[in-house]
Design a protein around this ligand. Structure first.
Ligand code: PMP
Length: 428
């Protein structure tokens, strides 16, 4: 049996709509090489993970050196150097007073732990999150996920969760337009607290830039308004930077654009350039709400992943990757915005840095063009460009390449996208 046949026989993919028909053999930088000798420009980074590029030499070197010394002992049973070094580094690079890190394996596990810390710190048990949000696939994190398509069939979820309207300007819940809206969606959070909870809200979870929901970028003043409301009600603010962190948006953490201080910040994906690791960092008093015996993760903070994470963060900082991301992202977005003038099917272009979304619509009423988005993804793949798909309506093309992607590679990707959008629009 070949790889595809074995997948079909033995790998449980029954939950996946369609696996991209590419058998990946290896990858380097922004290029993925398939078993049948094809090359692809990776514009999705394995769902926004390999920020420093596939098989980054410096990350590999650090991981290999650590692997020769120690692969596992358990972060919460013994003292391990790369764990301590990474925790110190995270305290240095995250905003505000965030200081103590709990290490896990994934974004969902980090968010679960962050939920628990918020409950224990506040003594409250309810949560508020955003419509369209995504926070993971465990029961707790799905409960605070506002992207209903991801929750279908999985209930019942935790009670005590409420959702505030997403800062999704292209499809504003109130039918308003920024800036005349006066940030109605942010202010509405107070109504949610007062009329949709019993007043026992521990934390408000939000992605500073929403990923799975379709690359939704809140207006610049959004989190300031939200934080002011949260502070009045003594509710913690948890920034889920699982997807937006580690340079993806042109800042180390996307919340830096909004100049507010989260009480907890969760991370995974881009933290270790592909090595599995999740974490949440909190203000010291919040972190200390865990009491002995409360929490643990056997593999969480694996030494090899931690060593890889340190090298990854050093690589991003040393090479001024954030600056490059801003520059490349702006240039690429401008090209896409020009393209939008040409093709009606492009309803919206939005993003920050190299976290870019292209929302496709069928008509002036903004009817989501999900089949067309799927078609575009397939056509791009056939021409050697791998892009992602997302959005609450499944009609957003996601462009989230490794941050080290070259302008030439981006330019090539742009031309392939343009050519295929033209094809799809003509066919319609
Ligand atoms: N939070 C956000 C914002 C995410 O995008 C994701 C994954 N797409 C998660 C949490 C869950 O991460 P994981 O798949 O590592 O559990």
């Amino acid at each position: 049996m070949n790889t595809v046949e074995k997948y079909k026989e033995y790998v449980n993919t029954s939950m996946v709509k369609a696996i991209e028909p590419v058998v990946i053999e290896r990858a380097k930088g922004a290029i993925i090489y398939s078993e049948d000798g094809k090359e692809y420009i990776d514009c999705f980074s394995g769902i926004s993970v390999v920020n420093a590029g596939h098989c980054n030499e410096e990350v590999l070197k650090a991981a290999k050196e650590q692997m020769e010394k120690l692969v596992h002992a358990c972060t919460y049973v013994y003292y391990i150097k790369p764990v301590a070094d990474l925790a110190e580094k995270l305290a240095q690079i995250t905003p505000g007073r965030l200081k103590k890190t709990f290490f896990a394996n994934s974004g969902a596990e980090a968010n679960e732990a962050a939920m628990r810390a918020a409950k224990q710190f506040t003594g409250r048990y309810e949560f508020i999150a955003l419509q369209c949000s995504f926070h993971g696939r465990s029961v707790g994190t799905l409960s605070i996920t506002g992207n209903m398509a991801r929750k279908k069939g999985g209930g019942p979820y935790l009670s005590g969760t409420a959702f505030s309207p997403a800062p999704y300007c292209y499809r504003c819940s109130f039918g308003l337009s920024y800036p005349n809206c006066e940030l109605r969606c942010a202010k509405f959070l107070e109504d949610i607290i007062r009329f949709h909870t019993s007043g026992n809200v521990a934390a408000f979870f939000a992605e500073p830039v929403m990923g799975e929901g379709g690359i939704i970028v809140p207006p610049p003043e959004y989190f300031k308004v939200v934080k002011e409301i949260l502070d009045r009600y003594g509710i913690l603010f948890v920034a889920d930077e699982v997807q937006s962190g580690f340079g993806r948006t042109g800042k180390l953490f996307a919340i830096e654009y909004y100049d507010v201080e989260p009480d907890e910040l969760t991370m995974a994906k881009g933290i270790a350039d592909g090595f599995p690791l999740g974490a949440f960092i909190a203000r010291e008093e919040v972190a200390n709400s865990f009491k002995p015996g409360d929490h643990l993760s056997t593999f969480g903070g694996n030494p090899v992943s931690c060593a890889a994470a340190i090298a990854n963060i050093d690589f991003i900082i040393k090479n001024d990757i954030c600056f490059q991301v801003v520059e490349k992202g702006k240039w690429f977005m401008e090209k896409l915005i020009e393209l939008k003038q040409e093709f009606k099917i492009i309803g919206d272009v939005r993003g920050k840095g190299l976290m870019i979304g292209l929302e496709l619509v069928k008509d002036d009423k903004k009817t989501p063009a999900a089949e067309e988005a799927d078609m575009l993804r397939n056509l791009c793949r056939e021409k050697g460009i791998l892009v992602g798909l997302g959005g609450v309506n499944g009609n957003v093309i996601r462009i989230q390449p490794p941050l080290i992607i070259s302008k030439d590679q981006l330019d090539y990707a742009f031309n392939v996208i343009k050519e295929n959008i033209s094809k799809i629009e003509k066919a319609n």
